[in-house]
Design a protein around this ligand. Structure first.
Ligand SMILES: Nc1ncnc2c1ncn2[C@@H]1O[C@H](COP(=O)(O)OP(=O)(O)OP(=O)(O)O)[C@@H](O)[C@H]1O
Ligand SMILES: [Mg+2]
Length: 231
């Protein structure tokens, strides 16, 4: 059997923020690999750097030191335009606060990653609807985000994050605002797509119940990523 494909590789990644005169060291020499088809959960106390790490992997920020390789591309040395292009094509992101475009209805939100990739609406619309059907929201396809509950908005956000089948999916506390039952339902739907398409899913969460569904659990502690025993 061949070794699983490495999708994300971090080499000695360090990152700090400046808060006035203070320097806050958030990540300190993080080295880790994530493979195709892997669902890894990121635990860690509030402020431990989970969002920072996901933002670095989503190429929203560049690490102060170290190297990040995504699908074999060295992201740290790429300029902003190529990082944005990489993200559009290869990365799906789900945020705790959903981040739906308030002026677009549910299906238009889901179709957005496709239209940004130049796919015509005639093709993007049915694909968006199919994705909304998967998260059991086809009937609400024409609703605006403010007419949807938190759980429904998060399911739209998940549909949007995976509609273009990115090889890498980053989810930052996607279930943080949901009750446990809805949270586990949302995670189950995510895991189904991830498994079906061999997507690499990295999810930050505070929920041990959610972590129970992962292949691997890691904890951010003192700026380092350490293997955590399964909950
Ligand atoms: N843009 C920024 N400027 C300055 N400091 C920041 C910035 N973003 C994050 N920090 C600091 O970096 C540290 C890590 O923050 P981060 O948001 O990554 O933590 P987290 O693990 O995601 O926490 P939570 O579980 O609360 O979401 C915190 O001390 C935070 O105050
Ligand atoms: Mg966070």
């Amino acid at each position: 059997m061949s070794a699983p494909e490495v999708r994300i590789a971090l080499h000695e990644v360090s990152h700090a923020y400046r808060q006035g005169a203070r320097r806050v060291q958030v990540l300190e020499g993080v080295t880790e690999r994530f493979h195709a088809g892997e669902f890894a959960v990121l635990l860690g106390r509030s402020g431990s750097g989970k969002t920072t790490l996901l933002n670095l992997l989503g190429a929203l920020e560049v690490p102060e030191r170290g190297e990040i390789e995504m699908l074999g591309h060295r992201l740290s040395s790429a300029d902003e335009a190529s990082r944005a292009a990489f993200r559009r094509q290869h990365v799906g992101m789900v945020f705790q606060s959903y981040n739906l475009v308030p002026t677009l209805c549910a299906w238009e939100n889901v179709a957005l990653p496709l239209t940004l990739l130049g796919i015509p609406l005639a093709e993007a619309y049915p694909r968006a609807l199919e994705e909304l059907t998967r998260v059991a929201l086809a009937e609400l396809a024409d609703r605006m985000p403010d007419q949807l509950s938190g759980g429904e908005q998060q399911r739209v956000a998940i549909a949007r994050a995976i509609v273009h089948r990115p090889p890498i999916l980053l989810a930052d506390e996607p279930t943080g605002n949901l009750d446990l039952e809805t949270a586990l339902d949302v995670v189950a739907r995510l895991v189904e797509v991830v498994r079906a398409h061999g997507i690499t899913l990295l999810m930050a969460t505070h929920s041990l119940e959610v972590a129970g569904h992962a292949d691997r659990v890691l904890r951010l502690q003192g700026g380092r990523l350490v293997a955590a025993p399964p909950p």
